[in-house]
Structures are given as structure tokens and as C-alpha cells.
Design a protein around this ligand. Structure first.
Ligand code: ZN
Length: 151
């Protein structure tokens, strides 16, 4: 009786874990692997929103207005050159939250998924950029794919 149960559990483990491990190895792309490099070495706090031309690659700018976060600006880490500007102040939805590590490196919540241009989808954590598997795909298309796969 117990050996049968054990065999059954092993079988369940195989069918539930098998396809998942296959999927990660099949869909992994070196460009999507977590980047070990520090892309944003520090977060520059300014009071006036700079022009896009003034944003240097690798520079993370946090605009503060009356001591409160207002905007985050940086050049897209994919290298396309576009300036990404994100609202960090309350009336905006969605809005992003910036945390700065002891080393002064920025962490951004939630992830950034560009809806135009390169359509990059990434996380910034302690100045490092982590690419999502669906980067380069339109957010609405990826979501409908996900929906179709479920049904
Ligand atoms: Zn880009």
C-alpha cells in the first residue's frame, strides 16, 4: 500500500515538475539572464526635471519636488537611447516607487514595461537590470497570449 502511494507521488512529481524544467531551459535566452553588472551606480536627486538631452546613459535621476519624489528618469538600459520617465508621485496610477540602497543604488518597483519603441520589460534592483522573458513583446499581446494558453 505504501510503496504504491510512493510510486504515485513520484509520478505526480514527474508530471508536475517535468514540463516546468523543460520550459525554463527551452525559453532561456542569454540576453534575458539576470545581469550581474551594475547599470545604475547611483541615484542622482535633482529638484528640476532635466531635459531628455541632459540624461546620460547609466544615469538614474530622481526628481524631488518639495522633498517628495516626483519623477524618475533614465535612458532605457537596452541601449535604444530612449529616455524613460516614470511618475513617482501619488496622483499617478500606475506610479513607481524608488528605494536607494546603502551604496546609493536605485531599486524600482514595479517593473518597467515600455509600451512603445523597444518594448523592453525589466526590473531595476540595486542598480542592476533584470530582463523579463517577455521583453520586446507588446504588454497587451503578451497578456492575451497568457490568457489563451490558460484556456
Ligand atoms: Zn530600449
Amino acid at each position: 500500500m505504501w510503496s504504491w502511494l510512493l510510486r504515485f507521488l513520484r509520478w505526480v512529481e514527474e508530471i508536475t515538475l517535468g514540463p516546468r524544467s523543460l520550459q525554463t531551459s527551452e525559453h532561456r535566452n542569454p540576453s534575458e539572464a539576470p545581469s550581474a553588472e551594475i547599470f545604475f551606480a547611483r541615484s542622482d536627486v535633482v529638484e528640476k526635471t532635466p531635459s531628455n538631452d541632459a540624461v546620460r546613459p547609466g544615469q538614474f535621476i530622481s526628481v524631488m519636488h518639495k522633498g517628495r519624489p516626483y519623477w524618475a528618469l533614465f535612458r532605457c538600459p537596452c541601449g535604444c537611447g530612449d529616455v524613460v520617465s516614470l511618475p513617482t508621485h501619488p496622483p499617478h496610477n500606475p506610479r513607481w516607487r524608488i528605494e536607494v540602497s546603502v551604496e546609493g543604488r536605485p531599486t524600482l518597483h514595479p517593473s518597467v514595461w515600455r509600451t512603445k519603441g523597444c518594448l523592453s520589460h525589466f526590473w531595476i534592483s540595486e542598480g542592476r537590470v533584470y530582463w523579463c522573458d517577455d521583453t520586446g513583446v507588446e504588454p497587451w499581446r503578451a497578456r492575451s497570449d497568457l490568457y489563451e494558453r490558460k484556456i
